[in-house]
Design a binder for this molecule. Structure first.
Ligand code: KIV
Ligand code: ZN
Length: 541
């Protein structure tokens, strides 16, 4: 990179673990965050925003462990978010400390509506706090990012002043958030151009953009910003995040990849340059998308660009004829470029442990012996029920087996009886956190309802089921069924996910998965929200 404040490629700042995790129900535990962080490092993101360390001890621990384990010399920069208060910044500084490259991202709102109603502070006060807190963050790390929250609705003249002061105090990245997803691409482009032209010291910082998808414009806005000099994009896998979500990483990266001849000149390159515009290994995109979807319980809609099930539907027959005659009739990119392997039949009942391990390694899964044994047992069970095992089945088993939350409640048995003219009845045996084995039974309107009622008789944590969905992993009557559910407890939402050829069993496991997360959250206490929870006034300086 020639000039750190004007990189010659686009930096990808992934905020799946911070803004993405702010999606209702997407709560992740420390282990799950580590799994995602490792995959983000394989994907090649430049910066991982690993969380908001002041939120809770669990959030602090997650950022610290990611800093320790993923923030290695050749790994990404690890960033912690902090409101513009000393207490937040201190906590973020401590959490990122083990990373070889650590960043503090501090923010304060600059729009009149946020300053008046949320912060209850004047422009003068905000103009003083921003540089003071940037300077304080600099005492922990050289790499400090500053965001004027709700920049999209801020008075541009005031915004220029705040940015100039933050850069003068040492901010090396200034991030421009369209917090409420209000701007259009032309307006966002003008905002970045205005900053370039009116902030005298802007050449000393990287311009970053952050935006929400309330009007479905986040990706288009960012691409316009790139044309005007933005060199860092803040995005999430599958576009998850507050409300309608953030700009989707996979869409930005593939737009810059597929249309590089259009974007190259904006980075001073010849149009025909083949040098990648980002550091992302695009072949890791599909796997990362599946992982984040499974762990957060946030579904990917079938028609979602790049990673939706239908995005490469011609692969499975539609438009097949046209595609075969000339690939370019319907394809602007090929499925392999995002790591979508053909849904090949790879293994069967007689495949041994070595063949299974080799295929897992080819798919990029490096499991320790214990996890491999568990996954192999699941594979054998599946091979008894299902003749042909595909890569997608294998991925589903591995995700299910190795990425579950710690099991406080463990399902030992689920048994159902149902059918026409009968009363659906379920029996469950559950091991509880204090080691007891409890059995109970219930009647329901259907088999899943009966199972959930039986579980509720054992696990007495009030909650409401707000979403339940089943999807098959592959075609065929013997396919694995993946169940994703969401439950609400008071004002918090928790998701659960499980896969099995028996969808009633998958439903039981998915419910226990969600209950385990709910139980863990109750033990851990409530986490603060970085934007909605106001910083205590006394702690602000
Ligand atoms: O949307 C937003 O403004 C944010 C800030 C904390 C950068 O997430
Ligand atoms: Zn945001």
């Amino acid at each position: 990179m020639s000039n750190p404040s004007s990189p010659d490629r686009i930096l990808i700042f992934d905020t799946t673990l911070r803004d993405g995790e702010q999606s209702p129900g997407a709560t992740l535990n420390v282990e799950e965050k580590l799994i995602i962080a490792r995959q983000l490092a394989r994907l090649g993101v430049d910066i991982i925003e690993a969380g908001f360390p002041f939120a809770s001890p669990g959030d602090f621990e997650a950022v610290q462990r990611i800093a320790q384990e993923v923030g290695t010399a050749d790994g990404p920069t690890i960033c912690g978010l902090a409101r513009a208060t000393k207490a937040d910044i201190e906590r973020a500084g401590e959490a990122i400390q083990p990373a070889v490259k650590g960043r503090i991202h501090t923010f304060i709102a600059t729009s009149d509506i946020h300053m008046q109603y949320k912060l209850r502070k004047s422009r003068q006060e905000v103009l003083a706090i921003a540089p003071e807190m940037v300077a304080y963050a600099k005492t922990f790390t050289d790499d400090v990012e500053f965001s004027p929250e709700d920049a999209g609705r801020s008075d541009p003249e005031f915004l220029y002043q705040v940015l100039e002061a933050a850069i003068a105090a040492g901010a090396t990245t200034v991030n421009i958030p369209d917090t409420v997803g209000y701007l259009t691409p032309a307006e966002f482009g003008d905002l970045i151009r205005g900053i370039q032209e009116n902030v005298p010291n802007i050449d000393q910082a990287v311009i970053s953009v952050h935006g929400h998808n309330d009007l479905g414009l986040a990706v288009a806005n960012f691409l316009e910003a790139v044309k005007h000099g933005a060199r860092q994009l803040e995005c999430t896998i599958n576009g998850i995040g507050e409300r309608a979500g953030n700009a989707a990483l996979e869409e930005l990266v593939m737009a810059l990849h597929v249309r590089r001849s259009f974007y190259n000149p904006f980075l001073g390159r010849p149009a025909e340059s083949e040098d990648p515009l980002t550091n992302i290994d695009t072949r890791q995109i599909y796997k990362t998308s599946r992982l984040v979807s499974n762990l957060t319980g946030m579904f990917v809609q079938p028609n979602k660009a790049i990673v939706g099930a239908n995005a490469f539907a011609h692969e499975s027959g539609i438009h097949q004829d046209g595609v075969l005659k000339n690939k370019l009739t319907y394809e602007i990119m090929d499925a392999q470029s995002i790591g979508l392997t053909d849904n090949q039949i790879v293994l069967g009942k007689h495949s041994g442990r070595n063949a299974f391990r080799t295929r897992l390694q080819e798919l990029g899964y490096d499991l320790d012996d214990q996890a491999l044994n568990r996954a192999f047992l699941r594979f054998k069970e599946l091979a008894d029920k299902k003749k042909e095992i595909t890569d997608w089945d294998i991925e589903s088993i591995v995700n299910d087996e190795t990425q579950q939350a710690p099991e406080h409640f463990y399902l030992d048995l689920v048994q159902v009886s149902c059918g026409d003219n009968s009363r659906p009845t379920a029996t469950v045996i559950i091991r509880t956190p204090d080691g007891q084995e409890l059995m109970d039974a219930a009647i329901g309107t259907g088999p899943v309802d009966a199972v959930y009622k039986a579980i509720n008789r054992v696990v007495d944590i009030p909650n409401q089921l707000i979403e339940f969905s089943v999807q098959s992993v592959t075609a065929g009557i013997d396919a694995l069924g993946e169940v994703t559910i969401r439950i609400r407890h008071e004002d918090r939402v928790f998701s659960g996910h499980a896969a099995n050829t028996d969808i009633v069993v998958a439903s039981a496991h998915a419910y226990l998965h969600a209950l385990n997360r709910l139980y863990a959250a109750l033990q851990g206490g409530k986490a603060l929200h970085p934007q909605r929870d106001a910083a205590p006034v006394a702690a602000s300086r």
